[in-house]
Design a protein around this ligand. Structure first.
Ligand code: 4AD
Ligand code: MG
Length: 443
């Protein structure tokens, strides 16, 4: 690997294969009269060695990091004791930097603009450049692989992909986090979740999923909230709550297996998260009431500074403390009706709670929220009323309960949170190409 010249096998041990490579100067180091360049092209890294007159040319002497470069030469194995990516190096006999290819130097050099102690917000302004770094780019490669794995696993499960709209006139997860905008004189919102639209697909398409953007006006800065995030959502027809949990566990594990089946991607994960190991099945299943007991037993207080009691929201910090201590994936189930969304089905055996699940991962906490859906028309109408939501704009959703309702359920997984767990990142912001959060809408 190492260039776009795909027919050349750089891993073959034979000395002398002639190649022409194109890429960016990732690193450069001069040792006596020899110039070592680590070339980067998005497919790998290749050490290139410039010797003799080549190393003394004007372009070699004034070489700047991140310049684009074309190099031709022969592939050699590195001498014993020396190190290079894949133990190969390119002995150059020609190189060229076109006029427009040179990266700025001096005051404007990338290394001047990005220093080890550069302020976080300045780094975020320079995201287009920090993305060129090893860590940022390897997270993006893992992200690509994970997204592909979801598509593959859903396809293998015969779940069909659909693309619901982003511009909507209904809320899903509460009015407080809606982004509102003017839609030709009408009020509209950026979607918080595609769930309601997925539900409308079940009668004709069977089980469905989507990987779309969701938007939340989160008016606080946390390490796991974005204003725009990638939401993996699925909806399954004629299931029980236990089916939902089994499906979710199987999907998460299979997605990890597909992702890690690529040695390159597994290598990135290993480098980012050396302690990573496949989660053990079955995942721990814990009812909300058990979590409340756990928090009380461990003296973790609620947001008012009091011991947790039934009905309390389990805040981010408390949730993470519990998850970190238990240190394995948890399906937290059966949340009280009062703290959950209007559409959630009640548990027939305990009407105070819902058939709901959050999947919690160490280091991050909640990465998935899901539930069975209320399938009775009258009950759903009563829920709208209780939540003080006008049901009129939801006519297309409530119609599902008029024309062949069914026991069904689904979930949404935050891709950036899944990645923050898999790649052991402190914040979801680093698991996103160009993160959006309160105060940041650029670059
Ligand atoms: O728990 P949430 O709000 O559930 C729903 O939206 C359901 N309607 C999904 C469904 O059943 N189809 O969000 C689901 C997941 C969360 O568990 C979290 O991983 C992620 O979406 N999420 C966010 N990720 C980043 N930034 C935010 N502001 C997020 N809000 C939710
Ligand atoms: Mg949630």
């Amino acid at each position: 690997r190492g260039t776009r010249d795909k027919e050349v096998d750089y891993s073959s041990s034979g000395r002398g294969t002639r190649v022409r490579v194109l890429g960016r100067v990732h690193r450069a180091r001069k040792q006596k009269d020899v110039l070592f360049i680590t070339l980067r092209d998005g497919y790998g890294y290749l050490q290139c060695v410039l010797t003799g007159p080549l190393a003394k040319t004007y372009d070699a002497i004034t070489l700047t990091l991140e310049s684009s470069i074309e190099i031709t030469g022969e592939m050699w194995e590195v001498p014993p004791g020396a190190h290079a990516p894949n133990d190969r190096e390119l002995h150059a006999d020609f190189f060229r930097i076109q006029k427009t290819w040179k990266a700025a130097g001096g005051e404007d050099a990338i290394t001047t603009r990005i220093q080890p102690d550069t302020d976080h917000s300045v780094l975020m302004n320079l995201r287009h450049l920090t993305l060129r770094g090893d860590v940022a780019s390897s997270i993006m490669f893992v992200r690509d692989a994970v997204e592909f794995a979801f598509h593959k696993v859903y396809m293998d499960k015969s779940i069909r992909k659909v693309s619901p709209p982003a511009l909507v006139q209904t809320q899903v997860e509460g009015g407080a986090t809606l982004f509102k905008f003017d839609y030709y004189g009408e009020t509209a919102f950026l979607t918080q979740s595609s769930q309601l639209y997925l539900e409308t697909c079940l009668p004709s398409m069977g089980d469905v999923y989507c990987i779309e953007k969701s938007f939340r006006a989160e008016k606080s800065l946390t390490r796991r909230h974005l204003s725009e995030y990638t939401h993996v959502e699925a909806e399954l027809d004629f299931i029980t709550f236990d089916d939902l949990l089994d499906h979710l566990e199987d999907t998460i594990v299979k997605v990890l297996e597909v992702t890690m089946s690529s040695p390159t991607i597994a290598g990135y994960v290993q480098a980012l998260n050396p302690e990573f190991k496949m989660p053990e099945r079955p995942f721990k299943r814990m009812r909300y009431t058990e979590a409340i007991d756990w928090l009380r037993d461990h003296d973790v207080l609620n947001e008012e500074g009091l011991p947790h009691t039934f009905g309390d929201d389990i805040a981010e910090a408390a949730e993470r403390k519990m998850t970190d201590e238990i240190n394995r994936p948890i399906f937290l189930t059966h949340f009280p009706v009062e703290i959950k969304a209007f559409y959630m089905q009640k548990d027939k055996d305990d009407l105070r709670v819902t058939e709901s699940v959050d999947c919690l991962m160490p280091g991050v906490g909640e990465i998935v929220g899901g539930s069975m859906r209320m399938d009775d028309y009258d009950e759903l109408m009563a829920a709208f009323k209780r939540h003080e939501i006008d049901p009129a704009p939801y006519y297309w959703y409530t119609d599902q309960r008029k024309y062949g309702s069914s026991p069904h359920g689904g979930y949404g997984l935050g891709l950036e949170r899944f990645l923050a767990w898999l790649c052991k990142q402190h914040t979801v912001r680093d698991c996103c190409l160009y993160p959006r959060y309160m105060g940041r809408c650029t670059p």
